[in-house]
Design a protein around this ligand. Sequence first.
Ligand code: PLP
Length: 458
Amino acid sequence: MGTSILSNSRIEAAYRSKTHGSAALATKAKNVFPSGITHDSRHMNPYGIYIEHAEGPRKWDVDGNEYIDYFGGHGALILGHNHPSVAAAVQNAYGKGTHFGASHALEIEWAEQIIRMVPCAEKVRFTSSGTEATLMAVRLARAYTNRSKIIRFRTHFHGWNDHMAPGQANHFDGTPTTGVINGIAENVILVDPNDKAGVTAALSNSDVAAVILEPTGSSTGMVPVAPGFLNFLRDETKSADTLLIFDEVVTGFRVSPGGAQAEAGVTPDLATFAKIVAGGLPGGAVAGRADIFELLDFEAAASKGFEKIGHQGTYNANPVAAAAGIAALKIIETDGICEKANLFGSCLRQRLNQEIAYAGLNWAAYGEHSTIHIFTNPANRTVTPENFNALSIPFMELKGNAPGVVQKLRQAMLLNGVDFNGWPGGTISASHTERELEETVLAFRQSLVLLQEEDIPH
Ligand SMILES: Cc1ncc(COP(=O)(O)O)c(C=O)c1O
């Protein structure tokens, strides 16, 4: 597919020879999907793998190849694939019907569970995805403050709704991305990550409804949030009468059972969730201050004389997703899941840094909690992997990669039985064990040898 047919990469040739079934499906997919894919992160040359089934920390492709999985359902699967308690809850709920067009007891239990675990959660509203959750949070903030503008941080990701597109992967000057109108883009103020002066200047505009961010930094800590920055935002938003929104779509129930806000001890006004909150099924939620949620309340609107925000959504609080979410959150609340995944994360980062140092590469494995990022050093700075400080690197370099490296690293890791995502890196589950650690380290070592044979930069 594409120009890579002409590639003389031995990595690519070996990848192709192991993945004939995936190649055949990718060819068919091109007839029905743009670029043959259903999510931009699956765009890979010459083609991505097609998975047949998954269990715990592993998955198997249509050619029978086995992989240790670091995609983790795009971060949704902190319990690993097919956790028996979640699977049983789903089967039980499915047997009773998938949609009642009516309220049901599970949605209450699901919300009560979130309220018990998440510091800011006084009230909850369910959505079907994280994109919808951030859309709702912005609308709530605007209605509550009667202001228009949203402050976002360059490279932070909040889904693909119109307000969240400019400045995430491009258009860092705030101009609208393709298909987004000027009127929306001009109501989004972009500030550099960790730029306190930029925030203060942006908040001097009296029309700011909310500041939204990923609370551990963009792309789950790829561009980390500086120490004290969340407290700073909390103080500044309070004094500007502006709402603070934590987008905890990834960090929620992962960083700690109460999310990044519980770990940091900073309580936002609103928080958005998806992924883990629904136990690996489609679902999302907004949680936060009860007075803000009055804007969705028929009785409050009638008694106080304001126009409520309309909110529909066919699959909001779907009973099957609710059952999965309750089962997953209960386990996370009591079983030390976040600590276990976090510990694997720190071991993996340390071990991969040893491999990077051994290979003499100017890269680093870094991150916090149950995530791993590989810095491939696009500007070829001198770095010491074991002492790498991501905060000392300009954010665009952390988000960038040395040319051609990601593609080859992903192919080489797949060849060696590991599915790393395109950050490159990934998220970790509590089902990853010592065995996965050792196999991943070995796969990384072998992949670096393959890459060095092909003269990767640095
Ligand atoms: C931080 C963050 N916010 C929002 C979203 C969007 O969630 P969804 O893909 O469920 O729409 C994502 C998705 O990866 C995310 O990582």
